[in-house]
Each structure stands twice: as structure tokens, then as C-alpha cells.
Design a protein around this ligand. Structure first.
Ligand code: TYD
Length: 230
């Protein structure tokens, strides 16, 4: 994409798939390789989008329907793209984002019963041309993911219970899992499915193996000959 010299990687999947752990581990590996890495998440990632995140995840917008929620996710996404993601990519950085437009396709589209054409139009406006170069879909049975998310919600690091989306039925989460797998099948050049039931070290190695070949060239000065070398 014109002017965007960085690499944009998104992580997707159901609840409790271990996205944030994998993002942390990948960021450490990439920084070790000399890359400038920005770690971010959705909904949120910019001050404006974080304000909207609270409205959505508290359930405050639920009574106004899925269409309203989809619009709020899109508003947050657009702010995040323009304030954080595009500038980082223009500066040649690697952006690792926990969820992006595929979550809207799955959560608001497939299980929110909104028409695909509406969701796609909304995403066009939200991302405004900034599409992920690579999307890692961490896949695991919904029952396992929900159990992990539940433990996290009652665990010592949690301040609140399950959010608006974690509360939904197992059957809904299974539908989301299938929808992510279908997305991956439809867009195999961008999406890679990773078995998230494996150990986190094994997943991390697979994630790095997918991302490393896509990295932007190291900054030119790292390869330049010293001035006095001639
Ligand atoms: P979060 O606390 O970030 O959870 P997770 O660890 O599962 O990513 O909550 C984000 C929730 O919002 C999650 O349940 C998925 C949902 N979501 C959507 O429904 N649509 C979207 O476009 C995005 C980005 C998230």
C-alpha cells in the first residue's frame, strides 16, 4: 500500500485462545530482531476508541441492537486506524493488533445476524484502505476457550466478570469458530489458522515462522557501510 512500509499483523479467534500471550511473545522475538513493534488491540487502541470500548463491552449499547454495536465498533476502528495504525505503518513499524475487522465479520456479521453487505461497507469506511498483511487465527474448541476465559475472569488478574460477549452461549461461540475458519478458507493468502490447543511455546514458534518472512527490510543504516570504509 502506498507509503505504508511497515507490516500489519492481526490476531483473531474466539475467547480464551491465547491471543494476547502470543502477541506478547511475538513482540519480544521481533524486537530481538531489531524491529520497531507496536502492540495494540481492539476495540480500543487509541484514546477515542478506548472511550467507545467501554460503552460496548459494558453492555451499555446492547439494548440499542447489533447494528448500533457494529457502528460503534467501526467508529472505534476508524479512529484507531487513523491515529495509531496508519502512522506506525508509515513509519515502517510492525503493528501487532489483537482483533481487527474479521472480529466484526464474525461477531456482528455471522452471530449478530447483520447482512454481510452492510458489514463489508462498514469495514471499508472503518479501515479506509489499511488492511492486515497477515492474520493469524488461533483456533480451539469453544468449550476449551470459554473455560480458559472463565478462569481468567475469576482469577487474581481480573477486576470484573465476563464481558458482554463472553456471556453468550457455547453454541454461539462454536458458530464463531466455524466462521473464522471459513474466513481463512476464503482468504488463504492473508489468513493462517494455528491450532491453539498446542503448548504456547509451540504456537509461538509457528507464529514466528509465518511472520518472519514478511518482515520489512531492516533499517537501511543497519546495512550501510561505515563512511570511512572506502
Ligand atoms: P476483549 O476483552 O478484548 O477480549 P478478547 O480477549 O476476547 O479479545 O473483548 C473484546 C470483545 O469484543 C470480544 O468478545 C470480541 C468482541 N468484538 C466484537 O464483537 N467485534 C469486533 O469488531 C471486535 C474488535 C471485538
Amino acid at each position: 500500500m502506498t507509503g505504508l512500509t511497515g507490516l500489519f499483523v492481526t490476531f483473531e479467534g474466539g475467547e480464551g485462545a491465547g491471543k494476547s500471550t502470543q502477541i506478547r511473545m511475538l513482540a519480544v522475538s521481533l524486537r530481538g530482531l531489531g524491529q520497531h513493534v507496536v502492540v495494540t488491540r481492539e476495540p480500543g487502541g487509541s484514546p477515542g476508541a478506548e472511550a467507545v470500548r467501554h460503552v460496548i463491552l459494558s453492555g451499555a449499547a446492547e439494548r440499542y441492537g447489533t447494528r448500533m454495536e457494529a457502528l460503534l465498533f467501526a467508529a472505534a476502528r476508524n479512529d484507531h486506524v487513523e491515529e495509531v495504525i496508519r502512522p506506525a505503518l508509515q513509519a515502517g513499524k510492525v503493528v501487532l493488533c489483537d482483533r481487527f475487522l474479521d472480529s466484526s465479520r464474525v461477531y456482528q456479521g455471522t452471530t449478530g445476524n447483520l447482512e454481510p453487505a452492510f458489514i463489508e461497507r462498514l469495514q471499508n469506511v472503518a479501515v479506509n484502505g489499511v488492511m492486515p498483511d497477515c492474520t493469524l487465527i488461533l483456533d480451539l474448541p469453544a468449550a476449551i476457550g470459554l473455560e480458559r476465559a472463565r478462569q481468567r475472569a475469576v482469577g487474581p488478574s481480573s477486576s470484573n466478570g465476563p464481558d458482554r460477549f463472553e456471556k453468550e452461549e457455547l453454541d454461539t461461540h462454536e458458530k464463531r469458530r466455524e466462521a473464522f475458519l471459513e474466513l481463512a478458507e476464503r482468504d488463504p493468502l492473508r489468513c493462517r489458522v494455528i491450532d491453539a490447543t498446542q503448548s504456547r511455546e509451540k504456537i509461538a514458534r509457528q507464529v514466528l515462522a509465518v511472520v518472519a518472512p514478511l518482515l520489512p527490510l531492516q533499517r537501511r543504516d543497519r546495512f550501510a557501510f561505515p563512511e570511512d570504509a572506502t
